[in-house]
Design a protein around this ligand. Structure first.
Ligand SMILES: C[S@@+](CC[C@H](N)C(=O)[O-])C[C@H]1O[C@@H](n2cnc3c(N)ncnc32)[C@H](O)[C@@H]1O
Length: 242
């Protein structure tokens, strides 16, 4: 993956799914070492606030940890999981609790082109929007995928604008995530990209404004607890009822 610099970071985004192929087998073990990871995905899934039998998409579903959060929050939902990493998807598809989920290998920049045409009652995108090359276009397309009144939750890191949050993020990534991730997966690239991409990503007001610009309403941000307070957030929004 690419070295430092904004345009280099943009270029690196093209290779993110391929990098996740390389770390797929160790992803769940690493996430299990991160206190609050599963609980916070559960909070974001619940914050979609849709009916129990809703039609839902988990965009950038990875190995299915966020899909599991959706399944547990809405046991009777119809769920589609989409990801651009074949390695992550293959691992997700082995999980018994996720039997019945429709898996799609595709680009979150254009889910409809990959077969996720909707309309959906809700979309969860956990650790995804930061990685797409054009977040504004992606959000406009996500709005079109939703039914009128449909709900979107972006579960994402955002530390810009808060010196404390940036400091916590640097300590956690340089002290724990990069060394541990390298030991567990044998590769440091994706973890170094993670640190840089979060440092370069939107502040909370900037991402909220992106959502409004893309035509979403009822935009609000909800917090996590633990070390993730002020670092990870749920950005909730709705497609207007029209
Ligand atoms: C950090 S993982 C998150 C997985 C899961 N949502 C979770 O919360 O555990 C990010 C995922 O986004 C996927 N991804 C990155 N860019 C993508 C894109 N443009 N289209 C689809 N998936 C993408 C990666 O392949 C990876 O599986």
């Amino acid at each position: 993956m690419a070295p430092e610099g904004t345009s280099m970071l943009q270029e690196a985004k093209r290779h993110v799914p391929r990098e996740f192929d390389r770390v797929a087998r160790g992803y769940d073990a690493l996430s299990a070492m991160n206190p609050g990871y599963a609980k916070h995905l559960g909070w974001s899934a619940a914050r979609l606030d849709v009916a129990d039998d809703a039609d839902l998409v988990d965009l950038c579903c990875g190995t299915g940890l966020s899909t599991l959060a959706l399944k547990r929050a809405y046991p009777n939902a119809t769920i589609t999981g989409l990801d651009a990493s074949q390695g992550m998807l293959e691992y997700a598809a082995t999980k018994e609790e996720l039997t019945g989920v429709r898996w799609i290998h595709g680009d979150a920049m254009d889910p409809a082109a990959a077969g996720a045409v909707g309309p959906y009652d809700g979309i969860l995108m956990a650790y995804g929007i930061r990685n797409v090359p054009d977040p504004d276009l992606c959000l406009r397309r996500l709005r079109q995928l939703l039914r009128p009144g449909g709900s979107l939750c972006l579960h994402e890191y955002s530390v810009a604008g808060s010196p404390w949050s940036r400091c916590v993020w640097q300590l956690v990534t340089l002290g724990v995530v990069i060394p541990l991730g390298t030991i567990v997966t044998g590769s440091s690239q994706i973890f170094r990209y993670l640190r840089r991409s979060v440092m370069a990503f939107d502040s909370v007001p900037q991402l909220e404004e992106r959502l409004r610009r893309a035509g979403f309403v009822d935009v609000r941000t909800a917090a996590m607890d633990g070390w993730q307070r002020g670092v990870v957030h749920t950005f909730c929004a709705r497609r207007p009822r029209e």
